[in-house]
Design a binder for this molecule. Structure first.
Ligand code: ADP
Ligand code: MG
Length: 701
């Protein structure tokens, strides 16, 4: 019954009415009673705290003071007047300022009487002032205990202008609780509640909106955050379970001669323990009845490619074909050129298909894929075209997944009777908490170890004023036979100003490093693919010493002899991008360097980014900082941000609660995947409602 009551349009709530309802809908998305209950305060003000005037700091955002008004004055200003009152306690005075309502104030506020004032404090000309304070007689204040801890709800300028102040929201919230009797159906099982000592749902809602004590408030927040994260995890894990039971995969039971010959005779190095562990995880997946759906995370240079090759060899050992898809032509070429020699050694037929493959060559590849003659195909999006058909695609590997959308991934599925096993590889480390929230439905493998003997890249931060020294350093490195990258920010390839910077930079470099002694390449997004490839190849072959480029080289390119990465206007790049760019060097045996060039005036956020890069080379550590600086939505892009729109929890700050919630979601589903055990009934019911109202929070009743 209450369930339907909660769906009542907000217009019907006493104190709201059509006018305010309209504003609430537009500004806060509140349509129903339920939405209002789920409007959680952003923060709270503890009105049990008092300040003395002498304790005020310029940073005190909002303060509460007890004192008396000792006098009023009116001060003329450009338009109208402002009314100023001197408000004293025994330690000093502040000025209270009003720009409106002077008459009422003069008539109602008394001098030399104890008042409690509350509001934002400003420091102006050495005096603290409080514009339009909340002001209340001390005797009245003492009578009302209810406002000890005051919730501050999300607001907008429009809300404020239309008279829906925080106080008004508190009032209508109170009204709503009265109407609902403050009773809410429990949505967690007794087992969880007792084990985690969580407070009931009704208590939690009451105290999150009308906190009685700090302790009850934090218990309420914990309970509601847990619940929010629990149901997200439940959904994700359930999706994973359904996937595994519903979607049959090909079983690769043998690890045969292709794999073994390669492993025993041609693997040029010992695998790292992390590579071995990940390969085992992949092998187990492909040898189960279910289709593999796995994300492989590994920092730049951690050796994902060899893992990809060996996984593909298992597919081939089982008479299936395999494909490795990369987001750019350059990367596809590189993978192809890197893997072809190995394939030749063990007699595996490998091909390459990209947008610039010629029609005749393309036709042959299409035929060979359909007949099964080609065992491995490397390529770009061109592989997704309908014309591309396989005899039996068993494994699809997608490199650098953030460039491919989910829709594109699913296109690969349609190329077979059963979907192939899918392995998505990414060099962008994603913090664990974020991975759990966004990719919780995928299985995740992590290569968290670099091959032995890598020299850490030396990273420094230099100001533009030190450019001459940097140029000297470049000259020295080139003299030693090394190659140099210089990267410009051209994040949006069509921005003309950035393009001009790039070209100016290029011309400057050509002047400083003239032919014939030096050769300089340039690569950017506005070039034709063939020209790009040509320039890239010149650099790869060592014909040019300097590569001036935009972020097109961000992903994957492998030139072991390049040992210096110079990033221009480094403050304009995000941390993960800086880390990716830095990963282009340090691939050979020589000491490598990364130089971050910036102007001398940097904001705090930029300074933190530069410092993090200089101090850390651990992609996961850098990703954690990135998450803190940018927030989850920004970090993952809009594509996945839906799931990150949390109402009360915060995956950065509440990662412990997230782990706990995931633990419980797993525990519940492992013992009872269909949620039919009576003890899980509250969870099952809530889950069903969630589906009905299409929102994690639209299920309470
Ligand atoms: P990424 O994970 O960035 O794709 P790559 O697969 O390109 O990394 O590997 C980077 C380099 O490290 C390659 O030259 C590769 O041959 C080499 N490599 C990979 N695994 C090992 C290993 N276990 N020991 C030594 N070198 C390795
Ligand atoms: Mg790679």
């Amino acid at each position: 019954m209450q369930n339907t009551l909660l769906q009542t349009p907000i217009d019907y709530l006493k104190g709201v009415g059509p006018g305010r309802a309209e504003v609430l809908r537009k500004e806060l998305g509140i349509q129903t009673y339920q939405d209002l209950i789920n409007l959680f305060p952003n923060r709270y003000i503890d009105r049990t705290q008092f300040y003395k005037v002498s304790e005020l700091q310029p940073t005190n955002a909002e303060v509460q003071i007890v004192g008396q008004i000792t006098g009023f004055k009116e001060i003329a200003q450009k338009r109208g007047k402002r009314l100023v009152a001197t408000f004293r306690d025994e330690t000093g005075y502040v000025e209270l300022v009003w720009f409106r309502g002077h008459k009422w104030i003069r008539e109602h506020l008394k001098t030399h009487t104890d008042y409690v004032i509350f509001g934002k404090i400003n420091l102006f000309n050495g005096t603290f002032s409080m514009p339009h304070p909340d002001i209340e007689l001390k005797t009245d204040y003492d009578k009302s205990l209810s406002k000890a801890i005051q919730p501050i709800y999300p607001s907008t300028e429009k809300l404020a202008n239309r008279g829906i102040s925080n106080r008004v929201i508190c009032k209508i919230m109170e009204q709503l609780f009265l109407q609902l009797n403050g009773r809410f159906e429990e949505s967690l099982s007794t087992e969880i509640l007792e084990h985690q000592k969580l407070i009931s749902k009704s208590e939690a809602f009451l105290n999150v909106h009308f906190p009685k004590t700090q302790n009850l408030l934090s218990l309420s927040q914990f309970r509601l955050k847990f619940e929010e994260l629990f149901y997200i995890q439940l959904q994700l894990i359930l999706k994973n379970i359904i996937h595994k039971t519903k979607i049959k995969g090909y079983r690769f039971e043998t690890v045969g001669s292709y794999f073994n010959t390669f492993y025993k005779e041609h693997l040029p190095f010992e695998l790292t323990n992390a590579q071995k562990r990940v390969l085992k995880e992949i092998r187990i997946d492909m040898d189960s009845n279910a289709q593999m759906n796995r994300l492989l995370q590994g920092d730049v240079g951690s050796g994902k490619t060899i893992v990809a090759l060996m996984s593909m060899l298992i597919a081939i050992d089982n008479d299936f074909q395999a494909t490795l898809m990369a987001p750019t032509e350059i990367l596809s070429f590189q993978h192809y050129n890197g893997l072809k020699p190995f394939c030749d050694l063990i007699g595996v037929k490998i091909g390459l298909l990209t947008g610039s493959s010629k029609t005749a060559a393309r036709r042959i590849i299409h035929e060979q894929l359909e007949s099964g003659e080609l065992q491995i195909i490397i390529g770009t999006h061109a592989l997704l075209e309908d014309k591309v058909k396989f005899k039996n695609l068993g494994l699809a590997i997608i490199d650098e997944q953030h460039r491919f959308g989910v829709a594109q991934r699913s296109k690969l599925w349609k190329k077979n009777v059963s979907p192939p096993h899918i392995l998505v590889m990414t060099a962008t480390p994603i913090p664990r908490t974020l991975a759990m929230s966004v990719y919780g439905d995928l299985d995740i493998s992590v290569i968290d170890e670099l091959p032995a003997g890598r020299k850490p890249i030396k990273t420094v931060h230099r100001f533009d004023s030190n450019r001459l020294k940097v140029l000297g350093f470049i000259r020295d490195e080139i003299a030693k036979g090394r190659q140099i990258y210089i990267v410009y920010p051209l994040i949006n390839e069509s921005e003309t100003l950035d393009f001009k910077d790039l070209m100016d930079g290029y011309e400057g470099i050509v002047r400083d490093f003239p032919t014939p002694k030096y050769q300089v390449s340039i690569v950017h997004g506005q070039m034709k693919p063939a020209d790009k490839e040509f320039e890239m190849q010149r650099f790869v072959k060592g014909e040019t010493q300097i590569m001036v480029a935009t972020t097109v080289i961000e992903v994957g390119v492998n030139v072991p002899n390049a040992s210096v990465m110079i990033i221009e206007s480094a403050e304009r790049f995000g941390l993960s991008q800086l880390h990716q760019l830095r990963g282009r060097v340090g691939r050979g045996s020589e000491q490598s360097y990364c130089i971050l060039m910036t102007g001398s005036k940097l904001g705090d956020n930029s300074k933190t980014r530069m410092k993090t890069m200089v101090n850390s080379s651990d992609g996961f550590e850098i990703a954690e900082v990135d998450l803190r600086l940018r927030g989850p939505g920004d970090m993952m892009g809009t594509q996945q941000s839906g799931i990150l729109e949390l109402k009360i929890a915060n995956i950065v700050k509440d990662k412990d609660i997230l782990s706990l919630a995931r633990h419980w979601a797993k525990k519940v589903l492992v013992s009872d995947p269909k949620l039919i055990d009576p003890k899980h009934q509250p969870i099952a019911q809530t889950y069903i409602k969630m589906g009905k109202y299409k929102n994690i929070w639209n299920y309470i009743s």
